[in-house]
Design a protein around this ligand. Structure first.
Ligand SMILES: [Zn+2]
Ligand SMILES: [Zn+2]
Length: 156
């Protein structure tokens, strides 16, 4: 079963569509995500790169180094600055979407929280979520948990 979602930046210049199966959704409490979002944490919805289409607009990009010394390309709307996508050089087949930019944000409950060592003390974490003090060594469990959630949500 395929899912179709659309989203875009704040000003409407950049619009995108996802058609396919999302892989995982988690919240990251690292300082970079705090600064990037201008808030307490960032969120990442991972999908296969081939499943996203840019419907309108042109993205600008900026690249930063991650704690592991790799590079992450961050893409944003050049008009309003809304961050839309992250791509990691070690996962070229995947793209991380900033899910708050989706038109429908009603199903954005994460399955995991990472980098909790730098989380704000008041950010209540649902105890059913996977929790990591830093970066998970493997993301497989985050994928599995998301898959289970999607299966459970399907109408019988
Ligand atoms: Zn914009
Ligand atoms: Zn982060």
């Amino acid at each position: 079963m395929s899912e179709v979602f659309e989203g875009g930046c704040q000003c409407g210049h950049c619009r995108y569509r996802i058609a396919g199966k999302s892989l995982s959704l988690f919240a990251c409490h690292c300082r970079e995500c705090q600064r990037q979002s201008g808030s307490a944490f960032g969120m990442a919805l991972w999908i296969q790169h081939s499943e996203i289409t840019l419907l309108s607009g042109k993205l600008a990009s900026w690249t930063r180094e991650t704690p592991s010394g790799r590079h992450m390309m961050c893409e944003f709307c050049p008009e309003c600055g809304t961050r839309l996508f992250h791509r990691q050089e070690n996962r070229p087949d995947m793209i991380s979407i900033k899910p708050g930019t989706l038109d429908d944000t009603s199903s954005l409950a994460p399955v995991a929280h990472i980098w909790l060592d730098s989380a704000q003390p008041w950010s209540g974490i649902n105890s059913e979520c996977l929790q990591y003090p830093g970066n998970p060594e493997h993301f497989g469990l985050l994928f599995d948990r998301w898959d289970e959630r999607r299966e459970a949500a399907k109408p019988a």
